[in-house]
Each structure stands twice: as structure tokens, then as C-alpha cells.
Design a protein around this ligand. Structure first.
Ligand SMILES: *Cc1c(COP(=O)(O)O)cnc(C)c1O
Length: 454
């Protein structure tokens, strides 16, 4: 499989390059040249375990990874999950939930990042290269990225976070990791300071090259690719087309559903749920992409006003017309506002819903009372969006985090503490380790100079 950039400015590249580069040199995002169809062997796929299905799908895209190595990477990655079938489908009356939170950090990002860390290790070893991952996090992504690469050969990871401003649980999930290749940098400043430092360090091309710096953000194609697996896996459990309800931030998770559809998975509709940060809900209803102010909500991993993966959707929507895409993206970069079209709804398969804080709390409570099932606030946005959308046929809600990760919201909804997880309880007993640094790019760079793997 070869990959092209959404901005049309690079020659086609192979999977290894897409994995290591993350973003294309012309500023675009990578997409495969084709989406292989699964339809002619659909029935035989029903027999496969999650791991076997993962191999069938990933091997269509990661064609330059040795098949035996790939099988082993996937097997090993999914062994880190608590559940044998990795993403169990829970059905309680008319509530259908696909649980994606059984990985090491109890959030859906583990599904892709457990695979990604192992893919990096494999490819770097073959090429005799190293990689130092630099990232900034306000919460969830950092711990899942760390869990994906901790202890792996040839990889260092440096995660900046605003000291004292992430939730105590999220901080512990990062700082209690003992492996030497993990560096938690507690920055004396805000999340914006962390992002500013990140940008300035990545903009220094000479340093970036010398220190073998890279990122593992949500635009890496390999993450989108792995996530296709659970949509196909869930769809195979039904004898009729399924609708998925997806709580959305960076448009990564739901993009994988769109690509599963392209591969022939019988998906009827997609419900896109946002919290008060509703740029995507407004976009899909109107065709207008207009940045708003970021608001803090109970679902912090969706507190985003620019969805980095939307560029891939727009490219597909424009049938690969890179010039039109560039015009749209440049317009948005300049004015925080761009119009895709004037006719209202963007895509008949995508039903976008905004869910506010009160509805989120009410949904956690109602889902508990009616079904005895506890959802985290992100999942609750998807469940509420499904109720609001009121569509025909089975609707599968994606559970993107374990409720015990967000005890404040869940306790507030239920009125007492009901959510817990032994792995989170155990964190309190462990030694935490973090490096405190001022919000100064030179100090962060000095630290990197001294600690990167070379
Ligand atoms: C990251 C995250 C999301 C949003 O996923 P996107 O791919 O950014 O749309 C939703 N829920 C949880 C718990 C997350 O960590």
C-alpha cells in the first residue's frame, strides 16, 4: 500500500515512512491510496477473534511490515488488555456499548497506542534508528502514549504537562511509570505554555533532526488504521446494519468508522457527539467550520476547538481535490472560519449532536438507574447523543474511558462513589517521579539535550 498527502505535495510513500513521519512534509496528513473491500469475505470474518481480525485488516495497510512480525506485534499489544476479546460488546436491553477501555490506561487510545509503540520499536530496530517522542498533554493522551512505549528499545518519551493542572489520577498514571525511557516534565505554567514550547522546539529543524524528535499525536495514520478494527469487529456481531455513536474531539475515532464503511462494513449511520466545544456539531449541521473559545467541561479529552483529523474527512469529501482542500485549510488558518458549502448538512450518514454538562450528568445517572451500567462523562456524551438523534435500528455507543478515571463527574451524577478500578487504586501506593521545569523552551531543550536516546 502506498500513501498520499491530503495536500498533494509529496510523492507516494510506504507505511514505514508514514508511521515514522507522522505528518507529511507538505503540511498535509497521510491517507492510503485505496481502501480494500472486505465484502466478498465478510462471512468468514465472523469466525475470527479480535486479534485475528486485527491482523486481517492491518496487514492490508502495513504491507511493508513482515507478516510474522506484524502478527506477533498485534498479539503482544492486545495481550496487554484485561479482556480476552479486547473490545467487548455489552448489550443490556436497548443499550449497546462497545467497551474500548480495557487497556493499560483504561481509555480507548490504548487500542491504537499499544500497537503503535510496538510498531515503532520493530521498524526502528530494523533501520538501526532511535526515536525521541516529545509531547504535551492536558490529561489522557500522555499516559496512553507513555504506556505504549515504556521500556521499549530505541525509544525515549518526554511528556510535558502543566504542573498541578491535570487531574491527580491522570498525573499519577504518568508519573508512577518506572521505566528509564520515560520522562514526565511538569511545567510551571499552563497547557498553552506546554504547547508553545512544543511548537518552538519542533520548529528548530536542526535540533529536531539531531535529537531524532518525533510525535505520537492523533494525526498518525497508524492510530486511525488500528481503530478500524473494532468497528468491523462490532459490525460483524450484527445481522443488520449498525449505527455507532461516537464521542468526538479530534475526529480520530469517528474517522476510523468512516473508513470501515469505505471498506464495506455495513454501517447505517454515525452519530457524532460533542460537548459544549461543538465546532464539529456546528460544522456537520451547517457546512461552516468556525472556531469557538475552548470551554472546560466534564469530558476534558473532548475540550477541543480544532479537530486535527477533520482534514482527512474534507479530503475524502472533496474527492481528493488537494487544491480545494488547501484553500479551505488556509482560509480557516487565516480567519478561524471557512465554509465547505452553504446547503446545511454536510454528510447524510453523519448525525451531529451537541450535549451539554447537565445532559451529561443526567445521562450518567439515567444509564445507571435504568440499566445498572456506569458510563464515564465522555461515553455519556455519546449515549446522550444517541438518545437525541433518535434513529432506527441498533445503535452501538462507544465507551471511550473507564468510569473510575473520572470520579468527580460520576460521583456527582450518582451522589456517591460507585466507580473504582484496582489499577487506579494501586497508583496511590506507588512512588511518583517527575521533573519540574519552568515554562521556558531553553530549559526544556537543555533537559532534552542531556537525556535523549542517541
Ligand atoms: C481522546 C478521547 C476522546 C476523543 O477521541 P477523538 O479521536 O479525539 O475524537 C473521547 N473520549 C476519551 C476518553 C478520550 O480519551
Amino acid at each position: 500500500m502506498q500513501y498520499v498527502s491530503t495536500r498533494g505535495g509529496v510523492q507516494p510513500v510506504n507505511f514505514e515512512q508514514v508511521l515514522l513521519e507522522g505528518q507529511a512534509e507538505d503540511g498535509g496528513l497521510f491517507l492510503p491510496e485505496q481502501y480494500p473491500l472486505l465484502t466478498d469475505r465478510w462471512d468468514s470474518l465472523k469466525e475470527l477473534s479480535f486479534r485475528e481480525l486485527a491482523y486481517e485488516i492491518v496487514s492490508l495497510y502495513a504491507t511493508d511490515i513482515d507478516p510474522n512480525a506484524l502478527r506477533e506485534i498485534l498479539r503482544d499489544a492486545f495481550n496487554s488488555f484485561d479482556e480476552a476479546d479486547v473490545a467487548p460488546l455489552v448489550q443490556i436491553n436497548d443499550l449497546h456499548v462497545l467497551e474500548l477501555f480495557h487497556g493499560p490506561t483504561l481509555a480507548f487510545k490504548d487500542v491504537a497506542l499499544q500497537v503503535l509503540g510496538r510498531l515503532f520499536e520493530h521498524v526502528l530496530r530494523n533501520r538501526n534508528q532511535v526515536l525521541n517522542i516529545l509531547g504535551a498533554t492536558s490529561g489522557d493522551t500522555g499516559s496512553a502514549a507513555i504506556a505504549g512505549v515504556q521500556g521499549r528499545d530505541g525509544i525515549g518519551i518526554f511528556i510535558m504537562f502543566p504542573d498541578g493542572r491535570t487531574s491527580p489520577l491522570q498525573e499519577l498514571q504518568m508519573t508512577t511509570v518506572r521505566e528509564e525511557n520515560v520522562h514526565c516534565l511538569a511545567i510551571d505554567g499552563s497547557f498553552d505554555d506546554c504547547q508553545r514550547i512544543l511548537k518552538s522546539i519542533f520548529n528548530d529543524i536542526e535540533f529536531k533532526r539531531r535529537a531524532s524528535l518525533g510525535a505520537v499525536n492523533s494525526i498518525n495514520w497508524a492510530r486511525i488504521m488500528v481503530q478500524i478494527v473494532y468497528y468491523v469487529y462490532a459490525t460483524l456481531r450484527y445481522n443488520e446494519p449498525v449505527t455507532f455513536s461516537v464521542p468526538t474531539g479530534n475526529f480520530g475515532n469517528i474517522l476510523s468508522a468512516i473508513l470501515a464503511m469505505r471498506m464495506g462494513a455495513p454501517i447505517r449511520r454515525l452519530i457524532l457527539g460533542t460537548n459544549e466545544n461543538d465546532i464539529l456539531a456546528r460544522f456537520f449541521a451547517s457546512g461552516e467550520y468556525k472556531r469557538g473559545k475552548v470551554q472546560q467541561t466534564l469530558s476534558p479529552s473532548m475540550d477541543i476547538q480544532v479537530a486535527s483529523n477533520l482534514e482527512r474527512f474534507i479530503y475524502l469529501y472533496l474527492d481528493g481535490d488537494a487544491e480545494k482542500l488547501i484553500r479551505f485549510m488556509e482560509e480557516f488558518a487565516k480567519r478561524d472560519h471557512a465554509v465547505l458549502h452553504q446547503n446545511g448538512e454536510v454528510d447524510a450518514t453523519i448525525n451531529a449532536q451537541r450535549v451539554n454538562t447537565d445532559e451529561t450528568i443526567a445521562t450518567i445517572r439515567k444509564t445507571w438507574e435504568r440499566f445498572g451500567y456506569l458510563v464515564d462523562p465522555h461515553t455519556a456524551v455519546g449515549v446522550a447523543a444517541a438518545t437525541q438523534a433518535h434513529l432506527e435500528g441498533p445503535v452501538v455507543c462507544l465507551a471511550t474511558a473507564h468510569p473510575a478515571k473520572f470520579p468527580n463527574a460520576v460521583d456527582q451524577a450518582i451522589g456517591r462513589t460507585v466507580a473504582s478500578h484496582p489499577r487506579l487504586d494501586e497508583l496511590q501506593e506507588r512512588n511518583a517521579r517527575k521533573i519540574r521545569l519552568p515554562a521556558d523552551q531553553n530549559k526544556v531543550r537543555d533537559y532534552l539535550e542531556e537525556h535523549v536516546i542517541s
